[in-house]
Design a protein around this ligand. Structure first.
Ligand code: ARG
Length: 445
């Protein structure tokens, strides 16, 4: 029997179905169904014989899903109904008991929590790998000077290792955000039923333990309404994507002929369909170009949830594609970032030449005056005047500064002293970079 006297309109079916995208939840759906029926039998809600039949049906359905031979039907609304329908076909009346004491509302959010946890764990593993690459490349280029920029104007030189380690710390903070997502998915929603709880004496903690949750969501209304962890994952993914976009942009700049600091491996470059000489940093450009798509998904999910009355509303079906695409996109981007960096060649002489532009030592000259007792603001003015004189007369800063400031200025304009004088904690002097590498190594274990 059905409550309805007409079949669903085809356009409604097309709008309403989520099977096209929620199929990938099947491993979680099957795992939670297994845990659910074991609990139902342990509580005496179904018989052990029914449990075993259902578990057998779930095994067959899982094998079919794995093999791509699962017989989906046009009217399967989503993966949950498809699996339940198939288990019923395979087992007869026992299969009809699978959905006892459960609703798709608590089922879908349980699948999503499991997916979110797996995605966060995957991102953490990918970022840990990226951190190893960053460390290794930093160690290989420990004392290679490169200009540091502000406003994309040469500002002060740093060692390449120091510059790359900035990305190590970004990745470390990203990992922290994904760990927070794990904490946000630590309670099991299943058992909330449609929204009010269920009419059976279930053991939610048994299901939680089997599925690896630390506890159960305390409130059934909250359990089926909550999508916070999905927003949390999208936030962590968004920040990570933004970080990678900055790395991508730097790779685009550094591999240009104008900079010439870096060459990508051919494995990470593409050619042009018309210009035979081109070697394009497409992967780096895509690190830039993919980021807005990830935050777009975050904004879209806020849009779906905002103003939504409790509890479940079909709008919430729209949570999945945003999450899936964002997680897939960031996984690819992290892999590309690591692949590019690990195999790139840096050009020591070109970077060193750019980093030895004497103008880059202007702050150091001002600090020389400060150490002689001149207030910094006044020293800044004196050196600005020297820079201007040098630029206007076409002479080097040394030619102008040494007569004005004495021989100490010559020592300062020796390139290595600009870097090696940056001895403050967290600075670029080698002694500090080595310290930083040690701290970083300790984190990666
Ligand atoms: N496909 C649905 C979703 O993704 C599953 C939950 C449906 N629940 C319902 N009451 N219609 O959200």
């Amino acid at each position: 029997m059905s409550r309805f006297s007409l079949p669903q309109d085809a356009a409604f079916q097309a709008l309403n179905t989520s099977l096209g995208f929620d199929q990938r939840l099947w491993p979680h759906d099957v795992a939670q169904s297994r845990a659910h029926v074991r609990m139902l039998a342990a509580q005496g809600i179904i018989s052990d014989a029914d449990r075993d039949e259902i578990l057998g049906g779930l095994d067959t359905a899982a094998a079919e899903l794995e093999a791509g031979s699962f017989p989906f039907r046009a009217d399967d609304e989503d993966i949950h109904m498809a699996v339940e329908r198939r288990v019923s076909e395979l087992t007869g009346p026992a299969g009809g008991k699978l959905h006892t004491a459960r609703s798709r509302n608590d089922q879908v959010i349980t699948d999503l929590a499991m997916f979110t946890r797996a995605a966060a764990q995957g991102a953490i593993a990918d970022l840990e790998q990226l951190r190893l690459v960053l460390l290794e490349v930093a160690e290989r280029h420990l004392d290679w000077p490169v200009p540091g920029y502000t406003h994309l104007q040469r500002a002060q030189p740093v060692y390449l290792s120091h510059h790359l380690l900035a990305y190590f710390w970004m990745a470390t903070r990203d990992i922290g955000r994904f760990e927070a997502v794990l904490r946000a998915t630590s309670e099991l929603p299943l058992g909330a039923g449609a929204l009010a709880g269920v009419n059976f004496d279930t053991d939610r903690r048994m299901v939680a333990a089997e599925l690896g949750f630390d506890g159960v969501v305390r409130n059934s209304v909250d359990a089926v309404s909550n999508r916070d962890f999905a927003l949390d994952l999208l936030h962590a993914l968004s920040v990570c994507a933004t970080h990678l976009s900055r790395l991508g942009q730097e790779i685009v700049l550094w591999t240009s002929s104008e900079f010439g600091f870096m060459t990508l491996s051919d494995a990470w470059s593409s050619g042009s369909s018309i210009m035979p000489q081109k070697k394009n940093p497409d992967a780096a450009e895509l690190l830039r170009g993919k980021a807005p798509r990830v935050w777009g998904h975050q904004a879209a999910l806020h849009g779906v949830i905002h103003g939504l009355p409790l509890t479940y509303n079909k709008d919430l079906q729209e949570d999945k594609e945003h999450l899936f695409d964002a997680a897939d996109t960031v996984a690819l981007c992290i892999a590309a970032a690591g692949g590019m960096l690990e195999t790139a060649t840096f050009h020591r002489a070109t970077m060193a030449a750019a980093a030895s532009d004497q103008m880059i030592a202007a702050v150091d000259l001002a600090d020389l005056l400060v150490k002689r007792g001149t207030p910094f603001r006044e020293a800044h003015g004196v050196v600005a005047g020297l820079v201007r004189e040098a630029v206007d007369s076409g002479r080097s800063l040394a030619d102008v500064a040494i007569p004005a400031l004495g021989d100490d200025a010559a020592a300062i304009l020796e390139q290595s002293s600009w870097l090696e004088s940056k001895v403050s904690e967290g600075g670029t002097a080698l002694v500090r970079v080595r310290e930083q590498l040690q701290q970083a190594r300790a984190l990666v274990g």
